[in-house]
Ligand binder design. Structure first.
Ligand SMILES: NC(=O)c1ccc[n+]([C@@H]2O[C@H](COP(=O)([O-])OP(=O)(O)OC[C@H]3O[C@@H](n4cnc5c(N)ncnc54)[C@H](OP(=O)(O)O)[C@@H]3O)[C@@H](O)[C@H]2O)c1
Length: 332
């Protein structure tokens, strides 16, 4: 039996579809507030509605240690994708609690319940040090405690450490570190903000980063699991691209243009929002400012060499998911 956390999210719903489609027996976690109708609609859009009913849903919360033994009964492998994805400094406590404490609780119960394997979706946000020769971040890059980080980045680093602790205590683990995921699901995901018609998307910061299609993320996770490539980590990244280029591609589809926002203006916004966050307006922390104004590049050669893998180009990912996103929004 496979246990999937985060099955009502972007990565998790795509993962559920592929796992059930390949005949795996799957139990999926949902919270009382989760909307599994969106997962069903997603399966329907992918012409797989009949297999949706093969998923065994279990209701609970990753933070509820009294619930986890029931959830993990008879489970051999966990795919842990659940997390709280937010860059709002007002939500720092919640981000750390769900991501770090939730992963710690899951690892502890996995060990106690005799689970054998955990496949964990970490993030490039958990990696800092640039390889001085390639000028890229690769799987050997470590976390720099002195650098500025968002609470989300800190939470992903600390939760990845919980997974490696699990490995020390006997679990087989696979850690994947996807770059920014391009995807479409219910129109409300963090990844889908790229397609939204909001003011922020009209202004591109000066930096850049890695981007990858959610379909690649899921295909790679399942491939690594099938090949039992345990106790390793893999960056999952299609291309390193500037925000101007990515936002520009999306804007072109809306027959709009993207303006650039200077580092100075962004810094001003960071200072202003650090005061106004108490009034409930969106805020920008210094770690996020740093990420938006730097072009950090990620090395995808390990995964390409290991799986002989070809990534979906970012422009194709944007085409496919922007179209899906528009269909989802217009059907609401
Ligand atoms: N999106 C990206 O660009 C990106 C990039 C790199 C790595 N990642 C990582 O990839 C993973 C999946 O991200 P995503 O974009 O798919 O996120 P998402 O769409 O926001 O989905 C998050 C999932 O986690 C669940 N969840 C949140 N809090 C929970 C709790 N306390 N107990 C149980 N489940 C809980 C949510 O359930 P509800 O439906 O009930 O809210 C949802 O199913 C995360 O670990 C994220 O850090 C994401």
């Amino acid at each position: 039996m496979i246990f999937v956390t985060g099955g009502t999210g972007l990565v998790g719903s795509n993962l559920l579809l592929q796992l059930v489609d390949k005949g795996e027996k799957v139990r999926a976690l949902k919270r009382s507030s989760s909307n599994i109708r969106e997962v069903e609609k997603f399966f329907k859009r992918n012409k797989s509605q009949e297999i949706f009913h093969k998923i065994e849903w279990i209701e609970g919360d990753i933070l509820d240690v009294t619930f986890l033994p029931t959830a993990l009964k008879g489970v051999k492998t966990i795919f842990h994708t659940a997390a709280y994805v937010s860059f709002d400094p007002k939500e720092e406590e919640k981000v750390i609690q769900i991501n770090v404490d939730g992963t710690e609780a899951l690892v502890n119960e996995a060990i106690d319940s005799g689970v054998e394997n955990i496949i964990y979706v970490s993030s490039i946000a958990a990696m800092d040090d640039i390889n001085p020769i390639s000028k890229l971040i690769d799987e050997k890059s470590t976390w720099n405690n002195d650098a500025k980080h968002s609470a989300y980045a800190t939470s992903k680093y600390r939760s990845e450490m919980e997974i490696w602790r699990g490995s020390q205590e006997g679990l087989n683990v696979i850690v994947v570190n996807p770059s920014i995921i391009i995807g479409s699901y219910d129109g409300n995901r963090e990844s889908e903000k790229l397609f939204q018609d909001n003011f922020i998307n009209n202004y591109a910061p000066t930096g850049g980063t890695g981007f990858v299609d959610v379909r690649d993320v899921v295909k790679i996770i399942i491939n690594l699991y099938d090949q039992k490539l345990y106790n390793q980590k893999f960056i999952i990244n299609s291309e390193n691209i500037t925000y101007t280029e990515v936002l520009g591609q999306v804007a072109k589809k809306k027959q709009k243009e993207v303006n650039s926002i200077s580092n100075k203006t962004l810094k001003g916004l960071q200072i202003i929002t650090s005061f106004t966050k108490f009034l409930g307006t969106p805020a920008l922390d210094s770690g996020t400012y740093q990420a938006l104004t730097t072009f950090t590049k990620y090395d995808n050669s390990k995964i390409i060499d290991t799986l002989n893998y070809t990534f979906i180009p970012v422009s194709e990912a944007i085409d496919y998911h922007f179209k899906n996103y528009q269909e989802v929004i217009s059907s609401k």
